[in-house]
Write a protein that binds this ligand. Structure first.
Ligand code: HBI
Ligand code: FE
Length: 298
């Protein structure tokens, strides 16, 4: 039983109020009416900016999903309205959460076709980057592809795989699959490389960097190779993995992951910029961006 979300927008609600409104599955009420005009305005700015640069850079399935869900720039979507359309299309719904939720809770939601989305939206001064997934990253970045039946199947399979993996100490390996596909994946299409990962789709600078910058490696997807590869959460990726289509991604989940985890125990992990002899490389990156960024951080 939850106390309904306070009448004040979350960022003004005392922490105890937000906690009280969180249920055992970490969901909260969206309380759409509590968003301020200033918060909707942040949505509008982000939405407009991405829709200016994504056509020709993002997979067509993403734009098809935006259209099918009638998502637009006018307001932060009302999840009740969004869910009616999304559920009818692929059985998925979004559930509001106050922040990142524990892995087991996250996997449980995905396995039941529920996608946890941050209720909050970033402040204007965070327009270009923020640590935690906010409603723009989650709803604009992730939800349109949940309207695609094959990708929707992949996301459910990932959730079920995550629940199975909880028993073994391999979550950090499985998280790499989510990271290098759902968050930062690229697809080879007849028109060229296209973005589908939500972490890229919701970022203006990385939408351009991931496709056009000579710095990162771009490697054809290979499951074990990907699962060996560490990732950075605080800067552009130094490697992107490329699939041919979403069916390929879903088919990968049909394998016996027990055997895959066994195989992973026999090989070393890799750092993001590492390359292997048998990598099916699309391009070897210069890594100039990372070296420059590291110099600035040192
Ligand atoms: N929680 N709300 C939320 N959103 C995420 O994307 C998320 C999460 N918890 C864990 C998590 N992602 C990653 O560790 C996944 O790889 C499991
Ligand atoms: Fe995300």
């Amino acid at each position: 039983m939850s106390v309904s979300a306070s009448s004040q927008p979350d960022e003004e609600a005392p922490w105890s109020e937000t906690l009280k409104s969180t249920r055992a599955d970490f969901t909260i009420d969206q309380n759409w009416a509590a968003y301020s005009e200033a918060e909707h305005d942040v949505w509008r700015r982000l939405y407009r900016r991405q829709c200016e640069i994504l056509p020709g850079r993002v997979v067509p399935e993403f734009l098809d999903g935006l259209a099918a869900l009638h998502m637009d720039e006018t307001h932060i979507p009302d999840f009740a309205v969004l869910n009616e359309k999304l559920k009818a299309l692929t059985g998925w719904t979004v559930v509001a959460v106050p922040e990142l939720v524990p892995d087991d809770i996250f996997f449980e939601h995905l396995a039941n076709r529920r996608f946890p989305v941050g209720r909050f939206i970033r402040r204007p001064e965070q327009i270009d980057y923020l640590e935690e997934p906010d409603v723009f990253h989650d709803v604009f970045g992730h939800v349109p592809l949940l309207a695609n039946p094959t990708f929707a199947n992949y996301m459910e399979a990932y959730g079920k795989g995550g629940l199975r993996a909880l028993g073994r100490d391999v979550l950090h390996k499985l998280a790499r699959l989510y990271w290098y596909t759902v968050e930062f994946g690229l697809m080879q299409t007849d028109e060229g490389l296209r973005i589908y990962g939500a972490g890229i789709v919701s970022s203006k600078s990385e939408s351009i960097f991931s496709l056009e910058d000579p710095s990162p490696n771009r490697i054809n997807f290979e499951l074990i190779r990907l699962l060996r590869t560490n990732y950075r959460i605080d800067d552009f990726q130094q490697v992107y993995f490329v699939i041919n289509n979403f069916q390929q991604l879903f088919d990968e989940t049909l394998q016996d992951f027990g055997a895959i985890y066994d195989a992973l125990e026999k090989v070393t992990d890799l750092m993001p910029p590492d390359l292997l002899e048998d990598d099916r490389v699309i391009n070897v990156g210069s890594q100039v961006y990372a070296m420059t960024a590291d110099d600035q951080n040192s």
